[in-house]
Ligand binder design. Structure first.
Ligand code: ADE
Length: 310
């Protein structure tokens, strides 16, 4: 999978080199390019924002640097050239850069010897061959909530591009324009407001990358995870069996695998009922059997006033 991230704070994306995503890059499963939006501005101050039409607080990100960067990462021609607006002036030339300076090149986090440009083009070619557009993900508090189902859906795409906005956001015309060449998704990672899309991009990339086949050392650990089947995870314990007077539940030491599986299932049901009743309510009827419902009824009774636990 190829991932390109566009930001005015490219250093924010450095953690991608750590841990499992870094290993996935080293193993060639993941190829990441980080691009500084300001490299695609043409004025001396490298301006990326301007005042909002219609008035109001804050600044809005200007459309042209975005169109230039997005065209580059998707391997498209200069957008102005495509629109017939220029004779195809090279942006680098317009920026007054000397010949040979590769303005187009982002910081390639991949350990491969390929240049960013070549890798981007090949990822885009792969996407095109699969009859796919690259996916443009625009993190935004106004986006659709990001879920595990989205992570699964995105994990099988070949090219993801993240447009990390700052200030009051990106000029809407960029989002509309990009729909021609990308599958565009506005995505929120939660009902709170961050200063920009970078942290959200990191969250989404980690959730997606760990689902790429071959990414996790032990793929079985994906099977019983929270959200995979609509239930939260069961609690886990390790040695010692008694820690500061807190014992591990007896059943986990019993060696009775059926009883352990039942206990874990009950814990998942009870946790979900207490913490995320909305998830439980959203499950199809057939997701819970009679024994599951019994466990839930008993747990609910235990917390009722006057009940055994109340
Ligand atoms: N940018 C700012 N807040 C955000 C959020 N909650 N989710 C995604 N992107 C954001």
């Amino acid at each position: 999978m190829r991932i390109d991230v566009i930001s005015i704070f490219p250093d924010y994306l450095a953690p991608l080199e750590l841990s499992l995503t870094g290993k996935a890059m080293a193993a060639g499963l993941l190829d990441v390019g980080i691009h500084d939006l300001r490299d695609w501005t043409t004025d001396r101050h490298r301006t990326v924002d301007d005042t909002p039409y219609g008035g109001g607080a804050g600044m809005v990100m200007k459309p042209e640097p975005w169109a230039q960067t997005l065209s580059h990462v998707a391997g498209l021609a200069d957008p102005a050239e495509r629109a017939g607006l220029t004779g195809g002036t090279d942006l680098a030339e317009r920026a007054g850069l000397t010949e040979g300076t590769d303005l187009a090149e982002g910081t390639d986090l991949a350990r491969s010897s390929d240049g960013t440009q070549a890798t981007t083009a090949s990822a885009t070619d792969a996407a095109a061959e699969a009859g796919e557009k690259p996916v443009l993900i625009v993190p935004s508090p106004a986006g659709a909530p990001f879920t595990q189902a989205d992570a699964r859906r995105l994990a099988v795409r070949s090219h993801l591009v993240f447009a990390c906005g700052r200030y009051e956001g990106i000029d809407q015309r960029v989002i509309d324009w990009a729909g021609g060449d990308f599958d565009v998704e506005l995505v929120s990672i939660g009902d709170y407001v961050l200063n920009g899309g970078e942290v959200a991009a990191l969250v989404i990339i980690e959730a997606v990358a760990r689902l790429i086949p071959g990414f996790m050392g032990n793929p079985e650990s994906l099977v019983e995870e929270s959200y995979e089947d609509g239930l939260l995870e069961y609690p886990v314990y390790t040695k010692p069996a008694d820690w500061r007077g807190h014992p591990v539940p007896d059943v986990l030491l019993s060696g009775n695998h059926a009883a352990i599986a039942r206990w874990r299932r009950d814990q998942r049901l009870i946790r979900t009922q207490r913490t995320r009743p909305d998830l439980l309510a959203g499950l199809p009827d057939e997701a819970l059997d009679t024994r599951d419902r019994q466990a839930l009824t008993e747990a609910a009774r235990e917390v009722e006033p006057g009940g055994p636990g109340g």
